[in-house]
Design a protein around this ligand. Structure first.
Ligand code: PGA
Length: 244
């Protein structure tokens, strides 16, 4: 069994004063805790907070070059990041990111020893037409490199319609999606590798629903957006995972 992981995605939120929220989080021993602040805060968060890992929210696929405003995996690693979120639906929507680009970014992240959290998930329209599992299989096939080291890969299942909406799939739906992802990983990379890859659920995870989500088979943790911004919300989610 891989170690449980709860990751907070601060998105475009957070100034220096907000680091105080990270410094008062609980740190139970059996749970890996990760915060992904804006890149501007990575180094200061690493310096300010003990017992919490710090990650980035995106990286460029190239090692260096003329790419104004972008950050390479090496720069993020140098700043103190140990993880990077890739292919988040907001990147796919706001910046037109494709599965092929996510794959290239995953390779770039691995080349700098970052752990990649690859995000997949169906849109509302795909959900309503029963296409969820097909969508997930396709995204996995196109977004992941041909081989994957289990300790460097995390998959986040984030239904697009559940992100920031307060809507959450049923436990049975999350179970079916995570089972499908685990099976796909086993068929592609072997059973042992598949069992070592952590599968996170993401989309409107709150203190009120975290325990129920963590009880679902094949859910190894969560990727949390809005509720990761304050210790008052993120703390109870961390504690719920610790006892799951
Ligand atoms: P949310 O975001 O928890 O605010 O729904 C999740 C995410 O986008 O990772």
């Amino acid at each position: 069994m891989p170690r449980k992981l709860v990751a907070g995605n601060w998105k475009m939120h957070g100034l220096s004063g907000d680091l105080a929220e990270a410094s008062v989080l609980p740190a139970p021993p059996d749970v890996d805790i990760l915060l992904c602040p804006p890149a501007t805060l990575i180094t200061r968060m690493v310096q300010a907070v003990e017992g919490i890992m710090v990650g980035a929210q995106d990286c460029h696929p190239s090692a260096k070059g003329a790419h104004t405003g972008d950050l390479s995996a090496a720069m993020l690693h140098d700043a103190g990041a140990s993880y990077v979120i890739l292919g988040h639906s907001e990147r796919r929507t706001d910046h037109g990111e494709t599965d092929a680009l996510v794959r290239a970014k995953t390779e770039a992240a691995w080349s700098e020893n970052l752990i990649a959290i690859v995000c997949i998930g169906e849109t509302e329209a795909q959900y309503k037409t029963g296409g969820t599992l097909d969508v997930l299989r396709g995204q996995l096939a196109r977004s992941l490199p041909d081989s994957a080291p289990a300790e460097r890969l995390v998959i986040a299942y984030e239904p697009v319609w559940a992100i920031g909406t307060g809507l959450v799939p049923t436990a049975a739906e999350i179970a079916a999606a995570h089972q499908e992802i685990r099976t796909w990983l086993a068929n592609s990379f072997g059973t042992e590798t598949a069992e070592g890859i952590r599968l996170l659920y993401g989309g409107s995870v709150k203190p009120s629903n975290a325990a129920g989500i963590f009880a679902v088979p094949n859910v190894d943790g969560a990727l949390v957006g809005g509720a990761s911004l304050t210790a008052a919300d993120f703390g109870p989610i961390i504690k719920a995972l610790a006892v799951a």
